[in-house]
Design a protein around this ligand. Structure first.
Ligand SMILES: [Zn+2]
Length: 167
């Protein structure tokens, strides 16, 4: 599969993920670098149903149809994949940290929704939420240590964290 472009700035990420085809290619290339697999049985014998934007596994079992969201941290969310991908990109790529306020402004969603997205993304990546800093001043060292360890783990095996596997 050809390499899929990685946005290089928040503005670029917003524009890039506004195109459903880009969202599709981006997730497929990262989630299934060796070809699309059924999240239920792991088989690669799947058919893409273009009109439903879903795949169907050829094996006989329940939950044969799956989408880009199936089996990911985005699965049960009514929010579009485009918004989730922008928020995830911001949380993961903004080195100085991104606040839920920034997500809220970038995506034009409520602050409460932005906080929820931010929280879920951080949990899936094993990142501490900045909210935990308040009231835990004495645990500063623990927080930093924990975060550093998790960031290291994330860098070493990004495929384990992108989609918060729920198999
Ligand atoms: Zn299957």
């Amino acid at each position: 599969m050809e390499a899929v472009k990685e946005p290089s700035s928040p503005q670029e990420a917003i524009l890039y993920f506004a195109d459903p085809k880009n969202c599709h290619d981006y997730v497929v290339s990262r989630r299934w670098p060796n070809g699309v697999e059924c999240p239920s049985c792991g088989c690669k014998d799947v058919v893409f149903l273009a009109n439903q934007n879903r795949w169907q596994c050829r094996n006989k079992h329940s939950r044969r149809q799956f989408s880009l969201k199936t089996g990911t941290i985005y699965e049960d969310s009514p929010l579009g994949l485009d918004k989730w991908l922008v928020a995830t990109w911001l949380v993961v790529n903004c080195k100085n940290g991104v606040s839920s306020c920034e997500i809220h402004r970038a995506l034009n969603i409520t602050q409460k929704t932005a906080w929820f997205m931010d929280h879920r993304i951080r949990v899936s990546f094993g990142m501490e939420s900045p909210d935990k800093l308040t009231g835990h001043v004495e645990a500063d060292e623990t927080f930093i240590g924990q975060k550093a360890r998790n960031m290291h783990r994330f860098r070493s095996r990004p495929e384990d964290h992108w989609y918060g596997r729920q198999r």
